[in-house]
Design a protein around this ligand. Sequence first.
Ligand SMILES: [Zn+2]
Length: 447
Amino acid sequence: MPETDSPLDVTTTASATGAPPSAPSTVAEPHPRQSAFGFDVGTRLKNADGSPSLGRTGTIRTPHGDIRTPAFIAVGTKATVKAVLPEAVSDLGAQAVLANAYHLYLQPGAEILDAAGGLGAFMNWPGPTFTDSGGFQVMSLGSGFKKVIDMQGSTAAGGDDQVAPGKERLANVDEDGVWFKSHLNGDRHRFSPEISMGVQHQIGADIMFAFDELTTLHNSRGYQVESLERTRRWAERCIIEHFRLTDEREPKPYQALFGVIQGAQYEDLRRKACRDLGDMPFDGFGIGGALEKENLGTIVGWCSEELPEDKPRHLLGISEPDDIFTAIENGADTFDCVSPTRVARNSAFYTANGRFNLSGRRYRADFTPLQDGCSCYTCTHYTRAYIHHLFKAKELVSHTLISIHNEYFVVSLVDRAREAIENGTFADLKASTLAAYYAGAPDPQGL
Ligand SMILES: [Zn+2]
């Protein structure tokens, strides 16, 4: 292990208007076991004039199988994709599942998953798995500001009057980590880079994320600068602890670690974060934090321009069709989002013509599938009328059937985008898909 700065012997000196502090001089060397994970770039997307764009296809190689990218990763927060059995998750085409370290740490406890042989064995999912670091939940659920941390701008409803810029972060985050309260019972817990790494190693997913500090769009620039430096220092500590645990836990399968790029809406901060973390021996990168929908492509593009070309990029938390195309063409390889199953439990379903809500009376005797021509299990076996009935009767299987369709809708959309990059038809697919999807008038209840 190379020498490194003491992770605690660092002071934050950024001012509200100052430039970002300079990068560190010491970075850990790569670990030999990282060769168990890999990413191969496939076909590059081209712009209309034939020049290469940032988008690409690829293959992520993990100890539990490959992920062909771009890919939508199904979210299984508590080691289950809500209301959907793993066999159905596989049948609908999902290649990997992302669980949440914060939730599994609190319940049932990461040591239980370790004893079970890891997340995949515990939940009967044989394919690749991800865990996020817990940072998002620690700083949203755990700090009691659940509604604060959204990806909407300052004009979004319900958001920002609750925020005293900087205050809630400073109240919970210190240089070494974060104190937070369990959303289950109010118990006080501590997360730090080392604790997050320990928890994620015990959970045992193929791909983990470094512990980062999440800011919102409402934090001042000065706080963003300060926070970004802290996230960089935490990234170094995560790598050091990750490599130590990789040695200690051998011969368990190698778990890859992705650094998380923060920096909110600031180009210089995003690019700096990419350069700083890009120099560290991460296996890939997550693009996290505050992203306004209208800036999504721009910010992902900045990151893709700066990050190492031969490492995968995961975008946290998108599932709307326009966002998916924007993310892909700007170089995101994988994404995740809870929306397909979350909206399903409110009886909202995706179609090629927009999102609608099955609770309306007009569906009582509608004996067509959720989407004409859809190949998913739900649409090849059940009608809108039947699922409408189940939902009205509060029968739980309505959640299952709509969730299967919604996950299939998003997974297969991304699959088609991947094929379109390979075939040179991405621009056509994007234009026709978005024209149809946004031409309709989605039922507001579906949101
Ligand atoms: Zn379907």
